[in-house]
Write a protein of this length. Sequence first.
Length: 163
Amino acid sequence: MAKVVAFREHAGLLIAAYLDFKYITGFRQGDILRIRRDQLRDDGVHIKIGKSGKKRIMQWSDDLHAAVDAVGHLKRPVRGLHLFCTRAGQPYTGDGFRSIWQRKMRSALEAGILKERFRDHDIRANSASDTDREHAIELMTHQDGRIADKHYRRKPAKMRPLR
């Protein structure tokens, strides 16, 4: 996680806000980039999961509010309909956002901030690994816990002794 924190500090406000939002919600990149401002409601962030088509509501927490506020404070001459939008107010495409990510990653490697790359997908895995199994399955929006266990839960499971 230290490498994520170092990258976050180096990469600038857009990537920092994105990393915070992604870690807190566990959402996939495509789902994050499709979130519109009208999906931010009193009871939480309303989202339709792209992979399954299921509707979910990510309830508000103080950290989620702070992450959304950080996105709102990004300097944008034109404020778009989407939570994460370009300076022109347009939603980021997956390719466009990945290009920004790769430029920032390359910059962090060249500056010695990072020793090796990590992927956007690794942040999702951090979300699943930093909580209990049931919550991880819910965050990853998988019906079968085996998928979350196999692909996202990367830390060893903690066990309690008998006595």
